[in-house]
Design a protein around this ligand. Sequence first.
Ligand code: FEO
Length: 395
Amino acid sequence: MIEIKKDIYWAGIKDWGLRVFHGHELSTHRGSTYNAYIIRDEKTVLVDTVWDPYKEEFAEKLDKHIGLKNIDMIVINHVETDHSGALEYIMEKIPDTPIYCTKNGAEAIRRHFHKDWNINVVKTGDRVKTGKYELVFVEMQMIHWPDSMLTYVDGANLVLSNDAFGQHYSAMFLFNDQVDNCELYQEAIKYYANILTPFSSLIKKKIEQIKSMNLTIDMIAPSHGVIWRENPLQIIDKYYEWSQDYSEDFVVIIYDTMYDATKTMAYAIGQGLLNKGVPYKMFRSSVSDSSDIITEVFRSKGIIVGSCTVNNTVLRSISGLLGEIKGLRFKNKLAASFGSYGWSGEAPKKISQELEEAGFKVPLKPIGIKYRPDSDELDQCVEFGEKFAEEILKG
Ligand code: FEO
């Protein structure tokens, strides 16, 4: 265990080898951590646990350092099993220990564990004194589960924020001032883009509520990744920025191709963007990491998506990505579509329809080219890129 504040300890697990999360939905190139915390005050408090595969290692660590029987209460900020996975194992050893969580947390604990534990429901502003410290609970409903909450440790100026402000990032050190900040921010924005985007309007309001509570915050300790110790409010400010239709000045071209005709179109469209001075990044969806693509979509001003037509529809990597994009409910971004075809040619139109349904503004008619583009048709693709660039530059 590592002391992060007087008598408050990080008791988590580093999962250096993790490469996928949420099943296989999210890539985690730099592993992750499951951060649990121990407050050793007059009462000893365990805040959150770790993922199930690490329950024995976690329990042994707690037992060695504090003795499981000395835990007086457990705070469960969030029941997703990467944080509650060791709860049942711990509760088998200390079954009468009171658990503190939100009303939705109580329901989620019941639905996950089917046990009759001593559950104490708390809501925003409720306080529990532990000795010199006092816990203050703030519900974080739908950021990102119905049960989510954060725990503020009054007297330590510490926010135990659970998933909020976290990163899937396993590093040698524990604090933000000790790690490569490029890596840290790559992982923080990837986490936001892939997990929190749909909840952006709630995040904005929640940050405003937290600011109105006038809490003194000099450390933010999330449940994944490193702890924000140096200028901890920077990540709150970043979340506030990211929650408001965030974009940077570039476009993302995403395509998949069977015999390179659609690829040739993608490159020509990129040339059109370049002609107008609009930077772009390009991904072939079938061989790229979709979580990384989603991060770039989140950062972009607009996307141009291409697929050839197969069996009257789009290639499967594009189809999967469009589904993911729709679920994330991006706002205030432009989109366009393109693709080659042999006979029926539905793909570009389908892509545009799906992007419109996903909330993108689609200002240009989709462009489809039969079989392989000739030089005139490539010029049309360049022009298509230029027109899209003009729409981007209109702001
Ligand atoms: Fe890290 Fe929502 O669990």
